[in-house]
Write a protein that binds this ligand. Structure first.
Ligand SMILES: Cc1cc2nc3c(=O)[nH]c(=O)nc-3n(C[C@H](O)[C@H](O)[C@H](O)COP(=O)(O)O)c2cc1C
Length: 170
């Protein structure tokens, strides 16, 4: 399976460690994995101009790093959204990457989504999980799994192993 991982963190710390563990497991299982560090990209918010659904024919009028992630929306069999929690949601960079998908409405091939979330505190995931579930429902995409890490769980061998095993089982 061709798996695209979107890493919404601007840092190479907790979420990055989750992404690395996911890649190790998925690659061990023979999947082809591509990581997109959207947290470090320059992807502006959608302008809502409608150009993409008219003259643009599926292409956005804004020319920025969106072009780097469009191959994932077009070709991946599975997309993993990995992000730290910022004020009870995924990072602004990740939200921009998701909302700019508007130009093609939904991933063209993906059949599965997964979610990896890192936070300081527990019990801060409800809003993100609700968004994730609504996105899957809208796009007719299955939930492959949700893994969260808060506080000391971040970068813990136990949590990273859980992620490796999850990815190996895909
Ligand atoms: C702007 C900002 C907002 C945050 N908001 C929350 C929050 O609402 N709840 C929480 O538990 N942690 C919050 N955190 C902490 C991060 O989610 C946490 O440190 C996470 O592990 C960072 O992941 P990273 O190392 O990949 O950047 C916030 C951190 C920042 C920088």
């Amino acid at each position: 399976m061709k798996i695209a991982v979107f890493n919404g963190s601007p840092r190479k710390e907790n979420t990055y460690a989750m992404v690395q563990a996911f890649c190790e497991g998925a690659e061990a299982a023979g999947h082809e994995v591509e990581v997109y560090h959207v947290g470090q990209m320059k992807i502006a918010g959608c302008l809502g101009c409608g150009y993409c659904h008219g003259k643009g024919e599926g292409n956005c009028i804004q020319k920025d790093d969106l072009e780097k992630i469009m191959p994932a929306y077009r070709e991946a069999d599975m997309i993993v959204f990995a992000s730290p929690i910022y004020y009870f949601t995924m990072t602004a960079q990740m939200q921009a990457a998701i909302q700019r998908m508007y130009c093609i409405w939904k991933p063209l091939k993906a059949k599965k989504y997964a979610l990896l979330l890192s936070s300081g505190s527990p019990n801060v995931y409800d809003g993100t999980i609700a968004q994730f579930e609504a996105m899957m429902n809208f796009s007719k995409i299955d939930n492959a799994g949700i893994i969260t890490a808060h506080g000391d769980e971040n970068k813990s061998e136990e949590k990273l192993n859980e992620i490796r095993e999850f990815a190996k089982g895909l």
